[in-house]
Design a protein around this ligand. Sequence first.
Ligand SMILES: NC(=O)c1ccc[n+]([C@@H]2O[C@H](COP(=O)([O-])OP(=O)(O)OC[C@H]3O[C@@H](n4cnc5c(N)ncnc54)[C@H](OP(=O)(O)O)[C@@H]3O)[C@@H](O)[C@H]2O)c1
Length: 237
Amino acid sequence: MNDSKEQKSLRVIITGGSSGIGKAVALEMAKSGHRFYLTGRNEERLQQICSKLNSLGCDAHYGVGDVGSETDVENHFQDVKKKLGGIDVLFANAGVGYFGNLEDLTIEQYDAQFNTNVRGVFLWINKVLPLLKKQNSGHVIVTSSNLGMKTGARCSLYAGTKHAVQAMVWCLRDELKGTGVKAATINPGSVDTPWFDEDVDRTKMLAVEDISKAVRFIIDQDETSNIDHILLLPGKQ
Ligand SMILES: NC(=O)c1ccc[n+]([C@@H]2O[C@H](COP(=O)([O-])OP(=O)(O)OC[C@H]3O[C@@H](n4cnc5c(N)ncnc54)[C@H](OP(=O)(O)O)[C@@H]3O)[C@@H](O)[C@H]2O)c1
């Protein structure tokens, strides 16, 4: 990291910015006064986080909609261009997870996971890439998982979605060779977020700040590096 270099104000899109990891990344990046466009379905939470970002001196906007809907993503993309005037960072983070033995999972859970975790990531990257390639700079960062790189019982569909986006980003990295655009994933193990029900013991999980610092590290890397992924596992055993 080159601390002496002046920090440029970046235009940052965060999908799933209304909660958990997405919210934490917004608050971490806000320490450097960037500009934000957050998306999610819960308008009240998006409003609250944008107010907080505004109170920290940041220009922050939001769009309400389903990340798996082509129409919603197109509307948000047009809104981002109008409100931020361009894009420097796409943090494609929105996701859902349903766990259980394969025979117990439902078609609704299949659709929800693949529409959000895979289609939603594809829709956003597909929209943003031509712009980033034209300006020859920018970051695409996708929230994968440790389950994007390994498998386990009761995780089949969720791990399937995360392996899919892992492959998407690794293929994209090959396509981006020779350009100034970078793509990476973050791959956390269990993180203490509203993702888990209240009765789940979260004391040994990663903190959202562990993830937000890793995302910041990717965004702030120098031109001489191109981080591929950051795998984060809980420090407490
Ligand atoms: N928590 C973990 O242990 C863990 C570990 C590894 C990876 N991850 C990944 O981290 C990412 C964020 O999860 P989190 O832990 O921060 O959970 P979270 O607090 O539940 O946040 C999930 C975010 O995704 C958004 N979202 C979900 N479905 C959506 C949809 N159909 N359309 C638009 N937005 C949608 C939610 O917004 P709305 O509710 O406003 O729609 C929310 O902002 C996910 O991709 C997850 O797979 C989590």
